[in-house]
Ligand binder design. Structure first.
Ligand code: SAM
Length: 246
């Protein structure tokens, strides 16, 4: 048995790492995933809808890709779109993309600085809440899940898109080889970052719960009817839960 590597998830390290790679973040996502990440976000927006007139929050929004995908799909059907992240350089890029891709939004589309473990929103504020590839990076996963539950309206829905481990014997070995040995080299060459973000990525994924284990953690934090669906041979998984009606 091998010890799992310890991963530094202090806010300084995580925010510093994403600040460092922010200008290349979108390119790296498309390049390293072969554009599959685009499909995962589309799938999430389809499976975790916003009700008519509802409010939407994307936690750990980064460069706002998921939020923009939601706007593309639902446009003026909801009453507000909000993205939240604690890395200002990621938000700055997200803001520029929003201005370019949604120059005249029909409803407010805003980005707000804030920590997922202490969300800067009132209780029961949002009908639909998502987080894509962010939960794994938080210092305290349970606190972040509880915070999403706190700011979700009764009867509201949350969706978590996160990396997971493929289960098929051969594919898992092939994937782990790419993930552990190829990806860090590509990341070092292409993203040129000080924080070794692409060494952190496989380490953080391999030490993070997935599948039934994460679904159980969501249920323990109060989410109901939790379901999960592995995507693309289990490389990523979409978790969906409901907040109980009052
Ligand atoms: C891998 S990126 C994902 C960005 C975006 N959701 C996407 O799908 O591309 C992770 C993001 O989570 C943010 N993040 C990590 N921990 C956070 C926390 N505790 N509070 C707020 N944002 C956090 C990082 O700053 C970064 O922008």
């Amino acid at each position: 048995m091998t010890d799992k590597p310890s991963v530094d998830k202090s806010p300084e390290n995580v925010a510093g790492m994403f600040a460092d790679i922010a200008p290349r973040y979108d390119f790296m996502n498309r390049f390293l995933s072969g554009f599959v990440d685009v499909y995962w976000r589309k799938y999430t927006a389809k499976r975790v809808p916003i009700p008519q007139g509802g409010t939407y929050l994307d936690v750990c929004t980064g460069t706002a890709d998921l939020l923009i995908e939601y706007y593309r799909r639902y446009k003026d059907k909801p009453s507000a779109y909000v993205g939240c992240d604690f890395c200002q350089p990621m938000l700055d890029i997200g803001e520029k993309k929003i201005q370019k891709k949604i120059p005249q939004p029909a409803v407010p589309v805003t980005l707000q600085f804030g920590d997922a473990c202490a969300l800067p929103f009132e209780d029961n504020s949002f009908d639909t809440i998502t987080v894509a590839f962010g939960l794994r990076n938080t210092t305290d996963m349970t606190k972040a899940i509880e915070e999403m539950h706190r700011v979700c309206k009764p009867g509201g829905t949350m969706g978590i898109l996160e990396f997971s481990m493929p289960t098929g014997f051969f594919f898992k070995r092939l994937y782990l080889f790419y993930f552990r040995y190829i990806l860090p080299i590509l990341g070092k060459i292409l993203a040129r970052n000080r924080y070794k973000a692409y060494n952190y990525l496989p380490q953080s994924v391999e030490t993070f719960p997935y599948g039934q284990e994460l679904a159980d953690a969501l249920a323990q934090c109060g989410w109901q009817n939790v379901t999960f669906a592995p995507l693309t041979f289990g490389i990523a998984t979409l978790y969906i839960g409901k907040k109980e009606q009052n």
